[in-house]
Each structure stands twice: as C-alpha cells, then as structure tokens.
Design a protein around this ligand. Sequence first.
Ligand SMILES: Cc1cc2nc3c(=O)[nH]c(=O)nc-3n(C[C@H](O)[C@H](O)[C@H](O)COP(=O)(O)OP(=O)(O)OC[C@H]3O[C@@H](n4cnc5c(N)ncnc54)[C@H](O)[C@@H]3O)c2cc1C
Length: 112
Amino acid sequence: MIGGAHDPDVLSLTDQQIVATVLEDLQWAMGLRARPLWERVYRWRLGIAQYTVGHGARLARIHALLARKPGIWVAGSSYYGISMNACMEKAPSQAQEILAFLGGARKGGRQA
Ligand SMILES: Cc1cc2nc3c(=O)[nH]c(=O)nc-3n(C[C@H](O)[C@H](O)[C@H](O)COP(=O)(O)OP(=O)(O)OC[C@H]3O[C@@H](n4cnc5c(N)ncnc54)[C@H](O)[C@@H]3O)c2cc1C
C-alpha cells in the first residue's frame, strides 16, 4: 500500500510507475529483486477517513445536534474508528438503538 493522505500525488502516477516504485521500495527494504508473477493496481481515492485534531470535539457537536433530531444516526469509519474492527464493534449497539427507536416510533404511531 502506498500513497495515503501524506503522499496523495502517487495517485497521478501511471500503474507502471506505481509498480516500479513499490518494487524499488521492496528492493531497498528487503533486497527483493524478483519480478512479481501477478500484479494489479487499485486506487482507493477516499478509502480511509483521516481524523484531524478536534475530531473528538466535532463528534461531540454532531451528537449534540443529532440529539435534537431523533431518528438520525451516523455510522462507519468517519466517526468511531477507521478499522474494520472498530466499525464492527460499533454496529450491533447502533443497530439495537435503531431497532428500539423504530419499535418505539411504531408504537407511538409515528412513521419511521
Ligand atoms: C485499501 C484499504 C485497505 C484497508 N485495510 C484495512 C485493514 O487491513 N484492516 C482494517 O481494519 N481496516 C482496513 N481498511 C479500512 C476499512 O476497510 C474501512 O475503514 C472500513 O471498511 C470502513 O467501513 P464503512 O462501513 O465506514 O465504509 P465502507 O466499508 O466503505 O462501506 C460503505 C458502503 O456504503 C455503500 N454506499 C456508499 N454510498 C452509498 C449510497 N449513496 N447509497 C447506498 N450505498 C452506499 C458503499 O458501496 C459501501 O458498500 C482498509 C481500507 C482501504 C481502503
């Protein structure tokens, strides 16, 4: 994996240039000189959320605003952790909250 928020210009390289860069890095780091038998380049332009200083305060503000609008949730890697694990850890409790809200909303005659 190369590029990321600190090196976004990599995206403007051709596939051949990206592969060449990776091979150079592998040679430098591991002494690896062999060509790969199979290679593919995938570009994930906005693949991973980048938390900046103040993320916690922004989250607190989002939660305060959401508390005024029941029935809206935010989910996914932009909020509570970028890893798959973090996303999966948060999902069940959030799903429970949503189900509870929908059940409550139905009982109360509101349209969900
Ligand atoms: C190259 C790469 C490698 C990574 N490697 C790792 C790793 O090794 N370990 C790790 O823990 N994490 C890794 N991550 C991070 C992790 O994969 C992501 O942070 C995580 O998958 C984000 O989950 P998410 O549910 O927020 O978003 P996503 O997994 O992106 O899910 C969002 C879903 O919403 C759908 N969608 C988007 N817009 C709409 C719309 N308008 N209507 C309907 N559906 C929509 C998309 O199609 C997608 O299925 C990696 C990420 C990348 C990009």
